[in-house]
Design a protein around this ligand. Structure first.
Ligand code: CTP
Length: 396
C-alpha cells in the first residue's frame, strides 16, 4: 500500500521511542522506504543502529554530519511523501510550533512546509494537558499538521491518563489513510456490510456461516483512505474496528436490514460484502431446547433479501453485491446482478484455491451492469478492495 512512498520518521526522546522500531517495521512491510531522523534525546532510549538495520538507510542524527552528502534536511524534506514524528515530545512540539530549527528533525520539519506532517504526541498526562502543550498542538493543527490523539492508560511514570503513544498499528493506519491513495471517493457516503449474521434457535444456539468479515473490513478501511465517509454495518467478527469509520454492530439479518434501510437514502454507494443468512428459524424458543424428545425439526423461513430490496428502491445509489458460488459462477452471478438491479457484482468461487472465507486472499471476477467481465488474479483482500473501489469511483 505504501510502495514507492518515502516516509521520514522523526523519533524524539520519550520512553515510547522503542515503539518507533515497530512503526518502522510495519511501514516497511507495506512497501515504504523509511528514513529515520533521531533527536539527541531519542538516542538515550534507542540506538541509531536499530533503525539503520530495520530501514537499510542511514539514520540522521545531526545537522552537521560531515559524512552526509548534499544538504540532508532539505533533501529529506524534498523527497518525503510524509513526515511522521512518533513519539513527539512536548519539547519537539514547542520547537515545531515556534519554527525553531536547531537540530536535524526540527530543521527538516521547517523545510517541509508543503508536505504532509503527522505527529503523534506522547508524554506524561500533566505535561500533555498543560496549556502550553495544548496551545502548541492547536497552532500546528491550524498550520495543517495532522495530530494523532494520544491514548489513555497507565503511563511509564506510573500516572494514569492521556499521553500514551497509540497502538503502532493505529499510527501506521493513519499514515496509510493520509497518503496511500488518491482521494477518488472524497466526500462520498459509502455503506459497507461485512461478516456473518446469526439467526437464533434458542438462547443458546444459532445458525450462522463461516464469514470472518475480512473482505468487508478491507473495503471499509480503503474506502476511508480514499476519502469516503464510511459506515460499516457488521456482524460479529474478531477484527479490529477500522479507524475513522462509523461502525454499527448487528447480530441477525433482521438487524442488518433495519440498519441498512434506515441509512439507504442518505448514501451514495452501498457495498454488500456481508454473508447474510437466507433462512432463520420460524420461531425462537424462549428456553433452551431440550433433547428429550429425540429428533428435532426446525422450521426455517426466509430472511429479507436486503440487497434485492435496495435494488428495487434504487434512486441515485451505486449498488455493489458479492456472491460466493460453488458451481456455475458467471451464470449465477449475472442472474443476481440483474435480479437485484446491481451496478457491479463481485463473484467468487469457493472451489478456487486462495478464495473464500477466513483467508487473507480472494479470487474475484467483476461483472458490471453493461456485461463487462473482468477476471482479477488472486490477490490480498486489501488489494482487491482497492480495485473494486477504483471501479466504483470510475462509474460514479
Ligand atoms: N444478500 C442480502 N440479503 C440476503 C441474502 C443476500 O443482502 N438475505 C446479499 C449479499 O450480501 C450479497 C448478495 O446478496 O451481496 C448475494 O448473496 P448470495 O448469498 O451469494 O446470494 P443469494 O441472493 O442469497 O442467493 P443464493 O443463496 O440462492 O445463492
Amino acid at each position: 500500500m505504501l510502495k514507492g512512498k518515502n516516509i521520514v520518521l522523526g523519533v524524539t526522546g520519550g520512553i515510547a521511542a522503542y515503539k518507533a522500531c515497530d512503526i518502522v517495521s510495519r511501514l516497511i512491510k507495506l512497501g515504504a522506504d523509511v528514513h529515520v531522523i533521531m533527536t539527541k534525546a531519542a538516542m538515550e532510549f534507542v540506538a541509531p543502529l536499530t533503525f539503520k538495520t530495520l530501514t537499510g538507510n542511514r539514520v540522521h542524527t545531526s545537522l552537521f554530519d560531515e559524512n552526509e552528502e548534499g544538504v540532508p534536511h532539505i533533501d529529506l524534506a524534498r523527497k518525503a511523501d510524509a513526515i511522521l514524528v512518533a513519539p513527539a515530545t512536548a519539547n519537539f512540539t514547542a520547537k515545531a510550533a515556534c519554527g525553531i530549527a536547531d537540530d536535524m528533525l526540527s530543521a527538516t520539519i521547517l523545510a517541509a512546509s508543503d508536505k504532509k506532517i503527522i505527529i503523534s504526541p506522547a508524554m506524561n498526562t500533566h505535561m500533555y494537558e498543560n496549556k502550553a502543550v495544548q496551545e502548541n498542538l492547536e497552532k500546528l493543527k491550524k498550520r495543517g499538521f495532522v495530530i494523532i490523539k494520544p491514548a489513555s492508560g497507565r503511563l511509564a511514570c506510573g500516572d494514569e491518563g492521556l499521553g500514551k503513544l497509540p497502538e503502532t498499528g493505529e499510527i501506521v493506519e493513519r499514515v496509510v489513510s493520509e497518503i496511500a491513495f488518491e482521494k477518488t471517493l472524497l466526500g462520498k457516503r459509502i455503506m459497507i456490510t461485512a461478516g456473518p449474521t446469526e439467526e437464533a434457535i434458542d438462547p443458546v444456539r444459532y445458525i450462522t456461516n463461516h464469514s470472518t468479515g475480512k473482505m468487508g473490513y478491507a473495503l471499509a478501511r480503503i474506502a476511508k483512505a480514499k476519502g469516503a465517509c464510511v459506515t460499516l454495518i457488521t456482524g460479529k467478527t474478531s477484527l479490529p474496528k477500522p479507524l475513522g469509520v462509523d461502525v454499527v454492530e448487528i447480530v441477525s439479518a433482521r438487524d442488518m436490514y433495519r440498519e441498512v434501510t434506515e441509512r439507504y437514502f442518505d448514501t451514495d454507494i452501498v457495498i454488500k460484502a456481508a454473508a447474510v443468512a437466507d433462512f432463520k428459524p420460524k420461531s425462537v424458543n424462549e428456553q433452551k431446547t431440550k433433547k428429550e424428545n429425540g429428533a428435532l425439526n426446525i422450521e426455517l423461513e426466509r430472511t429479507d433479501d436486503i440487497l434485492a430490496y435496495l435494488g428495487k428502491k434504487k434512486e441515485h445509489q451505486i449498488l455493489v453485491g458479492f456472491c460466493m458460488e460453488t458451481e456455475n459462477l458467471l451464470e449465477n452471478a449475472k442472474k443476481k446482478l440483474e435480479g437485484k438491479n446491481l451496478d457491479i457484482i463481485c463473484a467468487n468461487s469457493l472451489n478456487v484455491e486462495g478464495a473464500g472465507f477466513g483467508v487473507d486472499t480472494n479470487v474475484i471476477t467483476l461483472i458490471e451492469k453493461d456485461g463487462k467481465v473482468t477476471e482479477l488474479p488472486m490477490d490480498t483482500k486489501e488489494r482487491l478492495a482497492e480495485v473494486i473501489l477504483d471501479k466504483v469511483a470510475e462509474i460514479n
